[in-house]
Design a protein around this ligand. Structure first.
Ligand code: ACO
Length: 337
């Protein structure tokens, strides 16, 4: 112990659009109620970026700037930029290129990573690999999604769930036993049809017909996803605890992907965790896909102390899912901004 290099989160940052879309607003758009949405999902409101000229890279770059400012480093010092997203500005160039340019990160290379709601978790583990191998010293990992751009606001079964946001972290090497310790990650493509966007890719290139058939919106079989999400997230969380001899009492916080409060509650019960050790902000932001986990870290940053045991768990389209165990690497300093 002590000399092995781990990748540690050394700063978090975020960007939230100002426009709020409340359950009351949605009940004027589709046949739904505040009570239905809140009881079934835990969501009260979400943020939306209504400006059509501003997309995912706009939000991701702002999260990136906050990270650079808080860490007190220059953009040129970044080695790699990974953007987890299912709503890239364009198919290509990668959103990471647009963020690199906006930040002025002239020493960085980068790419996008597509793993739906597990995007941030997969990107975090990918970025950690660059640090652990010694190939990079500063990796920017940002989860960003403009879900409103692929949401059908006439479909009550999906439009109540999603919001827009970006948040991310800086990964740097440490050798004091903190940082990412262990991960369990999975993909099972057999379930892809339960959660997907059918149109726009090489299978269904955009045509008038694909637009008429609403194939450029999120399609979800909510009930099917709910079942596998509960089992998938609870199984990996239990496995990572067992492998690292952790009990519920050892864990300072569970950081779950925020898709549905009922899924999160079920995972916390399986981990034998007190509810006050679970980061939960779905009521304010809804499901922001790749941004949910770093948004939680951002909201709770001031509560976190060096060496706190954290378990991150996610489940998303693909299917993709997993859990990461990390030891928090710093005591946060409250900013006077
Ligand atoms: N308002 C009122 N009624 C509604 C609404 C709404 N907004 N949406 C659906 N209903 C109705 C349905 O039509 C259905 O009516 P019926 O019984 O007459 O057919 C009834 O409510 C129950 O519908 P269910 O789909 O069974 O409701 P459920 O309790 O499963 O909740 C939900 C739906 C919230 C979508 C839930 O299934 C869920 O959270 N699924 C998992 C989501 C998830 O984890 N996604 C993965 C991450 S997302 C990503 O990767 C991009």
């Amino acid at each position: 112990m002590g000399c092995q290099i781990h990748a540690a989160i050394t700063t978090v940052g975020h960007y939230l659009p100002e426009t709020r879309l409340t359950n009351a607003d949605l009940s004027k758009m589709v046949d739904t109620t505040d009570d239905w949405i809140h009881t079934r999902t835990g969501i009260k409101e979400r943020r939306i970026l209504p400006d059509q000229k501003r997309a995912t890279s706009y939000m991701a770059a702002r999260a990136g700037k906050e990270i650079l400012r808080k860490r007190g480093i220059e953009p040129e010092e970044i080695d790699v930029i990974i953007i987890a997203t299912v709503t890239p500005d364009m198919f290509f160039p990668a959103t990471a290129c647009l963020v690199q340019a906006e930040l002025g990160a002239t020493g960085a290379w980068g790419f996008d990573l597509s793993a739906a709601c597990s995007g941030f978790l997969f990107a975090l583990n990918t970025g950690a690999g660059f640090i652990e191998s010694g190939r990079a010293e500063k990796v920017l990992v940002i989860g960003a999604d403009k879900m409103s751009s692929i949401t059908d606001y006439t479909d009550r079964t999906t439009c109540v769930l999603f919001g827009d946001a970006a948040a991310g972290v800086l990964l740097e090497p440490v050798n004091d036993g903190c940082g990412l310790i262990d991960s369990v990650l999975h993909t099972d493509g057999r379930g892809w049809e339960s959660l997907c966007m059918l149109g726009g890719g090489s299978l269904n290139p955009p045509t008038h017909d694909t637009v008429d058939r609403k194939m450029h919106y999120i399609h979800q079989d909510g009930r099917a996803v709910f079942k596998v999400a509960v089992k998938g997230m609870a199984d990996v969380a239990a496995e990572i605890m067992e492998r690292n001899q952790l009990t519920g009492d050892d864990i300072r916080y569970l950081v779950p992907h925020q898709a549905n409060q009922r899924i999160i509650d079920a995972v916390a019960r399986r981990m034998d965790l007190d509810p006050n050790r679970v980061m939960l902000n779905i009521s304010k932001y809804g499901n922001t896909t790749a941004a949910t986990i770093p948004l939680c870290l951002n909201d709770w940053e001031n509560e976190l102390k060096k060496e706190d045991n954290i378990v991150i768990a996610a489940f998303g389209g693909g299917f993709t899912w997993g859990a990461t165990y990390l030891r928090w690497a710093y005591d946060s300093v409250t900013e006077d901004v």
